[in-house]
Design a binder for this molecule. Structure first.
Ligand code: FAD
Length: 470
């Protein structure tokens, strides 16, 4: 008996649902990863995500080979390559972990149909989330659209079983041996990026190192997570995106049956992981959110969409230091702190009056951790168009947000060096600086740093009018 295990956004060997089930099936397990040309063809030739995936695949191949197995690494269209490979290996089943994105679901349907024709089974497993699809429903049997009751139902359902690791290590003897080669980045048509300079370590080793570091700080997470100037968050999002770490392992850190009363840091951590599940199930049940507002009426909002304002936002040149620092962090590193994602998204929609989909697209291009469900959910939340979104009349003030979450301007100064010498009391709104201060520190607005491109108070009134029409 031969079976295939098809790796996708689950680039690790440990605690891996599909690999576990394949290994337990009684067959010889052939592992495969496909660099999907239908996805890669639209990407720029220097793309950090491709580089991250490539490095993680290489690490996975090495780990599997060390365990007596192998990973075949193919390049092409998986809807033809996987059935062809299954036929060549004489596989009776193909195992993989479920992906809830509409395009991935479609791809899997095509593969499953081709396999079925050949008499080969397509077996998908839950791995990426703790609870999926219809596992957490309202009492009326409907999917939740509001987070807090979803979270309560999620927590009520959680047992040790749901966070238990899959003991892959005990069954590795069933791996089919091999010494497959790894295509180079150049062979895939891509260039190596600056991941090393950014100190982003791919693969399970990179994820484990980040997680170990985070565990030394998790107790303070509930407080520290809101301040972009301090190391308060886990930075694990890219690893969660590509599955180089197991979600069960992360959830176990917060939820221990022997200690049901966890500290506030642990509770806050689990809460964020539940947000991740929440948006995955929203995308699964409401795939139309990919192009449309969750609240259909908000699809017709007449945003003026000024291209010049959009460019200033993208470039971090709006004259609002916290917004500019955040956008420059994104452009420089492919990452942005959660508090800043909320501030910049709100600013684009409510201050610059640009359709949230423009911002969503820009984030999708730049974020190394880009995840369709979380990005769409986050944007629709900030734009007030989503399920359980920020009400449209609650508009972030970029100056007070900045004062609250970067009080001394530590983060701003890191990414907006023009303002390095700006005194703390003016760093959040440099246009309030008096002439003599400006002369003393040699900082002239309009020359060294932009004047604010919009007046927040006026922009707020305009946004209220825009949204209240619906
Ligand atoms: P931590 O604070 O350490 O959180 C741990 C993990 O919890 C994250 O890695 C993530 O998987 C999950 N998580 C945390 N917050 C959220 C949330 N609000 N929604 C869903 N999952 C969450 N997250 C992405 O992974 N990819 C995206 O493309 C993405 N786009 C976003 C766009 C906007 C406008 C907003 C407001 C949020 C977005 N988020 C996205 C959610 C969140 O900002 C990031 O997950 C987080 O900043 C990643 O950093 P971290 O791993 O250090 O976070």
């Amino acid at each position: 008996l031969q079976v295939l295990c098809w790796f996708r956004r689950d680039l690790r060997m440990d605690d891996h649902a599909a690999l576990y089930h394949a290994l337990k099936s009684g067959g010889r397990v052939h592992c495969v990863f496909v660099f999907d040309t239908t996805l890669l063809s639209s990407l720029p030739k220097q793309d950090r995500r491709v580089d991250f995936i490539w490095r993680s695949v290489r690490a996975l191949q090495y780990a599997l080979q060390c365990a007596g197995g192998d990973l075949m690494v193919l390049h092409g269209d998986p809807t033809t390559l996987i059935p062809t490979l299954a036929e060549r290996c004489g596989a009776q089943a193909v195992y993989c972990n479920r992906d809830y994105e509409p395009a991935a679901t479609q791809r899997d349907q095509l593969v499953a149909a081709a396999l079925t024709k050949m008499g080969c089974r397509f077996q998908s497993c839950k791995d990426q989330v703790i609870f999926e699809r219809d596992e957490v429903l309202t009492q009326a049997g409907q999917p939740f659209t509001v987070f807090t009751p979803y979270k309560n139902a999620w927590l009520k359902k959680l047992t040790t079983f749901h966070v238990k690791p899959y003991p892959v290590q005990s069954y590795l003897g069933a791996l089919a041996t091999g010494q497959s080669a790894m295509p180079t980045m150049a062979e895939l048509g891509f260039m190596v990026t600056d991941l090393d300079a950014l100190q982003i370590q791919a693969g399970s080793e990179g994820a484990s190192a980040l997680f170990a570091d985070f565990l030394t700080r998790i107790e303070h997470y509930h407080v520290a997570r809101d301040f972009p100037g301090v190391k308060g968050v886990s930075y694990l999002s890219v690893h969660l995106r590509f599955g180089t770490i197991s979600i069960r392992q992360l959830a176990r850190a917060a939820w221990d049956v022997t200690q049901p009363v966890a500290g506030p840091g642990h509770v806050a951590w689990l809460n964020e992981l539940i947000w991740r599940d929440f948006y995955q199930q929203i995308l699964w049940h409401h795939p139309q959110v990919v192009n449309h507002a969750f609240k259909a009426a908000y699809d017709r909002l007449p945003f003026p969409n000024d291209a010049g304002l959009f460019k200033a936002w993208c470039d971090g040149q709006t004259g609002y230091p916290i917004v500019d620092a955040a956008m420059r962090q994104l452009n420089h590193s492919g990452y942005m702190h959660n508090r800043l994602r909320m501030i910049t998204a709100s600013f684009l929609v409510k201050d610059l009056h640009i359709d949230w989909r423009w911002g969503e697209r820009y984030f999708a291009e730049k974020l190394i951790d880009f995840d369709l469900a979380a990005n769409n959910g986050g944007w629709q939340w900030a734009a007030s168009t989503g399920c359980d979104a920020q009400p449209y009349f609650r508009i972030f003030n970029p100056v007070t947000q900045s004062e609250k979450f970067d009080p001394k301007g530590v983060f701003i100064r890191r990414y907006v060096p023009e303002l390095a010498s700006c005194p703390d009391r003016f760093i959040h709104a440099p246009w309030t600086m008096t002439k003599d201060v400006s002369q003393r520190i040699g900082l002239m607005l309009g020359r060294d740093y932009p004047e604010p491109i919009v007046d927040h108070a006026k922009a707020r009134v305009f946004a209220l009018q825009l949204f209240s029409k619906e």
